[in-house]
Design a protein around this ligand. Structure first.
Ligand SMILES: C[S@@+](CC[C@H](N)C(=O)[O-])C[C@H]1O[C@@H](n2cnc3c(N)ncnc32)[C@H](O)[C@@H]1O
Length: 205
């Protein structure tokens, strides 16, 4: 098992997922941005590094059925499946490292909250962006949330890379166009605040 996977499996095995720093009772900002890009329930969505996020619960409620969940942690995916009960068979679950994944299909919408920012190695970022670019359908959208330049420098005890528009633009391949960005304050379960920046990216072919 890679040390990366070991770190995350250990988190989800030993912690109450409602107490981790990134926990959101409701993924308001993601839902807002999905509505901003006019996401429709007929579209396919991939939540990269979904952890135990309740985004999928919200998507199912809205009628989305083509949902793919990817996370390094099998424990996190099992927790979602368990939580969804009789809707647990709707998403496709993939326990994989997104920097080492190739999909045999495309997605209309790519969502990533607090995953890309863990990629401190430039080669991992390149692999991530290559997968993103190959996996987004024509005119598809990506929503990527990272800590902002005013946000923390670590997340879950791991170093991260903070982003603003200029830094994100340097990571994007020519077919990925940064359309907009939004800052958002996340209040952690312990009451502390963290500043995120969400990037809305369009795939142009
Ligand atoms: C800070 S948590 C965010 C979880 C979720 N996106 C949310 O907003 O609640 C980061 C998640 O990304 C997953 N992760 C980290 N690196 C990953 C990678 N290279 N590939 C896939 N998942 C990864 C972790 O297992 C963890 O669940």
């Amino acid at each position: 098992m890679s040390s990366r996977k070991h770190h995350w499996e250990n988190i989800y095995k030993t912690k109450d997922y409602k107490k981790v720093g990134w926990y959101q009772e409701s993924p308001e900002i993601s839902l807002e941005l999905l509505s901003k890009i006019h996401a429709e329930p007929s579209q396919s969505v991939i939540d990269v590094g979904c952890g135990t996020s309740v985004l999928v619960d919200n998507l199912i409620k809205k009628g989305f059925r083509d949902i793919t969940l990817v996370d390094l942690s099998e424990e996190a995916l099992l927790a979602i499946k368990d939580r969804l009960g009789n809707k647990g068979n709707i998403p496709n679950y993939l326990s994989q490292d997104i920097t080492k994944t190739t999909f045999t299909r495309t997605f209309d919408i790519w969502h990533d909250r607090a995953v890309f920012h863990f990629l401190t190695d430039a080669n991992d970022r390149k692999d991530y962006m290559l997968t993103l670019s190959r996996s987004l359908s024509n005119d598809g959208w990506a929503i990527i949330g990272t800590f902002s330049l005013n946000g923390p420098r670590t997340c879950s005890g791991l170093d991260i890379v903070q982003y603003d528009e200029d830094k994100m633009n340097l990571e994007l391949s020519p077919d990925l166009e940064l359309e907009d960005s939004v800052t958002s304050i996340h209040v952690m379960p312990n009451g502390k605040e963290q500043e995120y920046m969400y990037f809305i990216i369009r795939h142009e072919k």
